[in-house]
Design a protein around this ligand. Structure first.
Ligand code: AMP
Length: 407
């Protein structure tokens, strides 16, 4: 029997999907429906076993998630994959404190996802729409939810509580949740394989550096601190997000500069970070090129980015005590030899010796170690959140089947 899993990642205006063979870890079909709800929604997909040609279709104006899932059903049918599908795995951004691991979706789980809408107003409602559409079109398949926040539910109170009145945590759930959990979990598991040690014997710092960036301290397999917080805006500066700023800034912006809440939201989420400093681009590749060409603001943006990352990594010696490896992942972490070198250069206290050759070699999907020193290893490991979702979904299906005595 095949181990094919449909992985669905519904965003506010997009649905990313993949059919993955969870046994061999290969992607059979991948695709993306985007600009949903707009005048020109469209869908692109690729069957990786076939001729590798990308197919494209324009969807009716205003089409939403349900139409996208209907289209995904058609594509799966046309590629004769329907009978091979065993389970559907959904990425869900916010599980709040309800979920510490992936779960089979039932009405209670859907209620809990809805309850967490206020914590992720752009993501959770879209995730739920994807789930309901998939339940409609695949009524006989088990659906599983995999949460971005679940991996960080092991954070101790000392790292998840803000020094605010405790009642805000108790009554409103205001605390650090952390995000990118599926990615941090995956690359830390892969790092343990690379180090040939059980996770219970190692401490790792993972740096997920993409458009969104977060860093995580993982002690003996468990997340003990992470840079994102109550929302994915916190921590280090990102493509367009500010990361941490002085909370006193908000009243200054309101009182002195007449900003309203939406303007502050826009400023911190969309106009800050690498884009804000460089006044030019949020794209790391473009900034590296501009820096080489002498653009001072591009260089400054990259310097600030690397400094904040190095500082955060160094601070995680506090919860971890000892460190076995630092792992780079995400679009920037996996591909930018320049950024990695610049960060490592600032971690002098760790006595890391970078291999320039290996740093250049470990790009574009290649994984491995880029340092030559004894002690802390610096690893590059491409993330694969879709594979984690597929594997979790299959594990839960198999568990259910064996409990039911189904072979
Ligand atoms: P992600 O959100 O994980 O897809 O990562 C997107 C970020 O990765 C963007 O800032 C890209 O500029 C960056 N990126 C992708 N490839 C490279 C590369 N070869 N060198 C530097 N940055 C890259």
């Amino acid at each position: 029997m095949s181990d094919f899993v449909l992985v669905v990642n519904s965003g506010s205006s997009s649905v990313k999907f993949a059919v993955i063979d969870a046994h061999s870890s290969s992607e059979i079909l991948t695709g993306l429906a985007e600009c949903l709800g707009s005048d020109e929604p469209r869908m692109v997909w690729q069957h990786n076993d076939a001729d590798d040609q990308e197919s494209e279709q324009v969807l009716a104006a205003g089409s939403q998630h349900k139409v996208a899932i209907e289209q995904i059903v058609k594509i799966i049918n046309e590629n004769n994959l329907t009978s091979d599908l065993r389970v559907i795995g959904h990425r869900v951004v916010h599980g709040g404190e309800h979920f510490t691991s992936s779960v089979v979706i039932n009405d209670e789980v859907k209620q809990a996802i809805k309850f967490n809408n206020k914590l992720a107003p752009l993501h959770n409602p879209a995730n739920l729409e994807g789930i309901e559409a998939a339940q409609h079109y695949f009524p006989n398949l088990m659906q599983v939810a995999v949460f971005d926040t679940a991996f960080h539910q092991t954070l101790p109170e000392t790292s998840y509580l803000y020094a605010l009145p405790y009642s805000l945590y108790e009554l409103e759930g205001i605390r650090r949740y952390g995000f990118h959990g599926t990615s941090h979990r995956y690359v830390s598991e892969q790092a343990a394989v690379f180090l040939e040690k059980p996770q219970s014997e190692i401490n790792i710092i993972t740096a997920h550096l993409g458009n969104g960036c977060s860093i995580c301290a993982i002690k003996q397999g468990e997340s003990v601190d992470t840079s994102m917080g109550f929302t994915p805006l916190a921590g280090i500066c990102m493509g367009t997000r500010s990361g941490d700023v002085d909370p006193g800034l908000f009243s200054f912006l309101i009182k002195e500069l007449a900003y309203d809440v939406d303007e502050i939201d826009m400023l911190l989420n969309k106009k800050s970070g690498l884009l804000g400093i460089s006044q030019f681009s949020n794209d790391c590749r473009a900034l590296e090129k501009a820096k080489q060409a002498g653009n001072i603001k591009a260089a400054l943006a990259l310097d600030i980015f690397c400094y904040q990352i190095a500082k955060t990594i160094a601070s995680y010696t506090v919860p971890l005590g000892t460190i076995d490896a630092i792992v780079f992942t995400g679009g920037i972490g996996e591909n930018s030899a320049f950024i990695r070198a610049h960060i490592i250069d600032q971690l002098k206290f760790f006595s890391l010796e970078l291999s320039e050759q290996e740093n250049m070699n470990k790009r574009f999907g290649t994984s491995g170690c880029i340092t030559t020193n004894k002690g802390i290893k610096v690893l590059v490991i491409p993330t694969n959140e879709e594979l984690v979702i597929a594997k979790d979904a299959l594990v839960l299906l198999n568990q259910y089947s064996s409990e039911q005595g189904v072979s």
